[in-house]
Design a protein around this ligand. Structure first.
Ligand code: 5AD
Ligand code: SF4
Length: 445
């Protein structure tokens, strides 16, 4: 096939789970257009790079990926750059990477078919609009899922404007998708085989909407409605902002059976001065208080978070405060990053940017502490029987990998089981990143 008439395509998503969701929707839309997904190792006539702009490395990776895209006969496939790098760098991409045919932002990818038609005629196609009519209204209905764990974007964009973050610029203002659309999409996912749904949003807990009787509801209301869908067994949500952690949502953790005992609640720093400079609008004290309240209703809840080290002006003392918050919060797992100046954000031009060596050293110390906590959390599972939803094949013969309610990966050898099975596992050992065990035959029988 030549570049002018793409038949096989591949979508590669980078970055956050919202990109994974967008990538799935693009896949479904291109199949709906009559194209087929290229198999692993097979040439694609159209490659969509669904990019992430949150940190430097993510964006640089896109350019090196573009340079490497070649078919086996040496020709270049049709290349579309989608996602947040497309939104942020638009024209710059076409200039830096002339082989790119299409540039499409995260709010415009429902227009991919038109953009492909344009690119077929040899013209460059660029669409980084944030149209008022939502892409969700025109995307095809959800198809059968390959995995039992599905993503569902319920909210997009961010109005918080943390001073380091590009999201408010690349994803736009906060919007909540309507109640009925979400219930319908969740049911379609469950009909397609999903047993677990993770509700997604940059500020997922800021979701608000009117329910079927017109009553204004928050994320807790939506979770309670999803809890009633039969066939759905697990509900998760990510990512949350501390300021939108309502009492109702906290209470849902205590009494909604399908809501999993896991909360990803980024704090970013343990220093109130840095939090202020970050425009986070919460303090370490208010953050820790929320964890206390959630643990009160759900004592076994696993807490996860995000951290940035080396934000401009971060002193040794500020960093020590971050370590102290980690000790108090006691995470089951967390993500930590070196601060990366993002063009156009207020922090990028702040004074007192931190030297790379200092950032490296702080990141190592923080990660050592977080890894220790994660390993300790995993060790607590040894000797217990835990439910696991099997999500994928493992590397070994007959091995399957599932997730516990606390989002730990668990490996079992079980040739008779299949992806999508919900099983009880006796946990035998715990590493820093995963658990291993055997099927509990007594309960399974
Ligand atoms: N530099 C480093 N980390 C960042 N994050 C967001 N913006 C930046 C940045 N400029 C991190 C935050 C956020 C996560 C998704 O990425 O911790 O919660
Ligand atoms: Fe970025 Fe802050 Fe919004 Fe999260 S809350 S997406 S870190 S601006």
């Amino acid at each position: 096939m030549n570049k002018a008439d793409p038949k096989k395509f591949r979508v590669k998503s980078f970055g956050c789970q919202m990109n994974v969701y967008d990538g799935e929707r693009m896949n479904e839309m291109l199949v709906d257009q009559g194209m087929t997904r290229a198999d692993e190792g097979e040439d694609a006539d159209l490659v969509v790079l669904n990019t992430c702009h949150i940190r430097e490395k993510a964006a640089e990776k896109v350019y090196s990926d573009i340079g490497r895209l070649r078919k086996k006969d040496g020709s270049t496939p049709m290349i579309a750059v989608a996602g947040c790098v497309a939104q942020a760098e638009g024209k710059e991409i076409s200039r830096r990477a002339p082989t790119v045919d299409i540039v499409v932002g995260p709010q415009a990818y429902h227009r991919l078919p038109e953009l492909i038609a344009r690119a077929k005629t040899g013209r460059k196609a660029l669409d980084t609009d944030m149209p008022a009519n939502s892409k969700f209204d025109v995307l095809p209905v959800r198809q059968k899922q390959a995995r039992p764990n599905a993503f569902l974007t319920v909210q997009e964009g961010c109005d918080k404007f943390c001073t380091y973050c590009v999201v408010p610029y690349t994803r736009g203002a906060e919007i909540s998708r309507p109640w009925a659309d979400l219930i319908d999409e969740a049911k379609a996912l469950v009909d397609g085989g999903a047993k677990e749904i993770t509700l997604l949003g940059q500020n997922v807990n800021a979701w608000r909407g009117a329910d079927q009787s017109g009553k204004d509801r928050g994320l807790d209301g939506l979770i309670r409605a999803l809890d009633r869908i039969s066939g759905l067994e697990r509900i998760r949500y990510t990512t949350s902002h501390p300021n939108d952690m309502t009492q109702e949502l906290i209470e849902a953790h205590g009494d909604v059976a399908k809501l999993m005992p896991y909360l990803h609640l980024p704090v970013q720093s343990g220093s109130n001065a840095i939090l202020k400079a970050m425009n986070r609008s919460h303090t370490t004290e208010s953050y820790l208080k929320i964890l206390q309240r959630v643990r009160h209703v759900r004592p076994d809840i696993a807490i996860s978070g995000d951290f940035i080290v080396g934000f401009p002006g971060e002193s040794d003392r500020d960093f020590e405060d971050t370590l102290e918050v980690v000790r108090q919060a006691n995470y089951s797992q967390a993500y930590s990053f070196k601060y990366s100046p993002r063009p156009g954000t207020p922090a990028a031009t702040m004074e007192d940017q931190i030297a790379p060596e200092i950032m490296n050293e702080r990141l190592q110390r923080l990660q050592a502490l977080l890894n220790e906590q994660q390993h300790a959390f995993n060790r607590q599972a040894v000797g217990r029987t835990t439910q696991a939803l099997l999500e994928r094949k493992g590397k070994l013969d007959g091995q399957l990998v599932g997730k516990t309610p606390w989002l730990q990966s668990v490996h079992i050898i079980a040739p008779d089981l299949a992806i999508g099975d919900m099983v009880d596992v006796d946990i035998e050992s715990a590493g820093p990143n995963s658990l291993a065990g055997r099927l509990n035959e007594r309960i399974a029988a």
